[in-house]
Design a protein around this ligand. Structure first.
Ligand code: MLT
Length: 401
């Protein structure tokens, strides 16, 4: 009989958001008509529709596919259409970062690329993961058999050896964004130990303090030689269903082969993508082009502001209840210590059963998330306001340190 990849045995039984979905389903089956409707503030899935101009770009592209002269089949560069890659480069130029369209790879979202990029590294690689963290980095590294070092990086020392460093800023789940100084330190460290930073910038559009927190790791000098940036249009443009994002790999970024020869990481990624991925559909790429244009960004700004206001409503309620939190300012996530219990799942069950609000238990993001909890601002205004009304009513005022 064929043998399984034993690394899968090290994974938690269920992916975090699948486990939450199971528990919510069981609750709904047991309580078909709860006196208060369930409010979902767990997975970071957007609620606002995609702005009309971006939809129109998608519709127009579909019409083109119905005309023989305009029809398109496979896109042969394997990196995405030039118009989409140029749109990414122009978007970065709008906040002062120079990107060459040749260094852009259009993707079907950040999750796939953050999970797949590890294919390019040696099987004995050491992966640094900040804990708590988006579970994809951890799970993908475990599946591949890489050695994972998890650290809180507040009290823990940085290891002497590292090959891959996953960073996410603004962070999922804590909602904190790295400052220029903090990110500079990571770049210096990566260069010192010869590691590659996989920088997940999925929540970049939520940064409200651009003078303090960079929108891209490429705002840091020297990052081109040691970092990849993986971005998404899910959270800013509402593409969670469309599936589209992009990854930037500069030509300057090198790995080493067993003989000590330098190999371009971008070339390896091209080979990997050409072998296992046939690109993102044409319409999604036209929608990327539209979303990243000046007008598209203006339209999306309204959606971002809406979620930022939701985050403010959550922060106000937690402040009133004496619950300390991080995030919410530069992020759609608010992260806090569970009131009256040190157990994240216990608080999850309490919220689900007594408050009829779904959130995400911090322990699902790693050991350092124990006793913590995450709420997302990606809800409607009505539901966010109602959820916080219930918090005020059902969660006694606590003072936790
Ligand atoms: C989350 O809620 O952490 C994310 O939305 C999940 C994802 O993007 O895959």
């Amino acid at each position: 009989m064929a043998k399984m990849n034993e690394s899968f045995l090290e994974l938690k039984t269920n992916y975090l958001f699948a486990e939450i979905a199971n528990r919510v389903r069981a609750f709904e089956e047991a309580n078909p008509n709860p006196e208060l409707p369930l409010i979902r503030m767990g997975i970071g899935d957007v609620k606002l529709p995609i702005p009309q101009m971006i939809l129109d770009a998608g519709k127009k592209s579909l019409d083109e596919l119905g005309v023989a002269e305009a029809f398109r089949g496979y896109e042969d560069s394997g990196r995405g259409y030039l118009f989409a890659r140029e749109a990414v480069a122009s978007y970065y130029a709008s906040f002062g970062v120079e990107i060459n369209a040749d260094d852009v790879f259009i993707s079907d979202g950040a999750k796939s690329d953050t999970g797949n990029i590890g294919d390019l590294f040696s099987p004995d690689s050491v992966v640094i993961i900040t804990d708590p963290v988006y579970p994809v980095y951890d799970n993908a590294s475990i599946m591949r058999g890489h050695r994972v070092v998890r650290s809180n990086f507040v009290t823990d020392e940085l290891p002497e050896k590292a090959d891959i460093i996953y960073l996410c800023s603004p962070n999922n789940p804590t909602g904190d964004a790295y400052t220029f100084e903090q990110l500079k330190k990571w770049v210096c460290y990566a260069k010192k130990v010869g590691a590659v930073i996989i920088y997940d910038s999925a929540y970049e559009a939520f940064i409200q303090e651009p003078d303090k927190c960079p929108s891209s790791i490429f705002e840091i000098e020297g990052a081109k030689e040691c970092a990849i940036e993986i971005a998404s249009l899910s959270k800013n443009a509402g593409f969670t269903g469309i599936r589209a994002g992009y990854t930037i790999v500069h030509k300057e970024l090198m790995l080493e082969d067993a003989k000590g020869e330098k190999v371009s990481l971008a070339e390896l990624w091209k080979k990997r993508q050409a072998s296992k991925f046939n690109g993102v559909n044409y319409s999604a790429q036209r929608m990327i082009e539209s979303a990243l244009s000046f007008e598209g960004q203006q339209a999306l700004h309204e959606n971002i502001k809406y979620y930022q206001e939701n985050a403010r409503i959550i922060m106000d309620a937690l402040t009133e209840l004496g619950i300390k939190f991080t995030g919410g300012v530069n992020s759609p996530y608010v992260w806090f210590k569970c009131p009256n219990t040190g157990d994240s799942w216990e608080f999850f069950d309490f919220l689900l059963n007594k408050v009829h609000v779904v959130g995400t238990p911090g322990i699902g993001f790693g050991a350092n998330g124990a006793g913590m909890f995450r709420l997302t601002a990606f809800s409607t205004r009505e539901n966010t306001t109602e959820a916080m009304r219930r918090f005020r009513e059902k969660i006694p005022t606590v003072r936790n340190s």
